[in-house]
Write a protein that binds this ligand. Sequence first.
Ligand code: TRP
Length: 72
Amino acid sequence: MSADQDFFVIKAKEDGVNVIGLTRGTDTRFHHSEKLDKGEVMIAQFTEHTSAVKVRGNAVIQTSHGEVNTED
Ligand code: TRP
C-alpha cells in the first residue's frame, strides 16, 4: 500500500488543465486523465500503477522536491 507515500499537489491556473497518469512497468502508457478547471486542486501520489504524471496547461505543481510552474 502507498497511503504513507508523499503526496504532490497540482493547482490549475486556467480551465482545462490535464493531469495524465502514466503506467508503471515496461509498458508506459496513459491510464488516467483528469481535467481541472481554474482554481481546482488535485492531490495525488505515485502508486504501484502510476510511475509518472504529465501536466498539460497552466498549473502549479508542488512536490517534496519543490514547486514548479508549467509555462503559460
Ligand atoms: N488509480 C490510480 C493509481 O492508483 C490513481 C492515481 C494515483 C493517479 N496517482 C495518480 C491518476 C496520478 C493520475 C495521476 O495509480
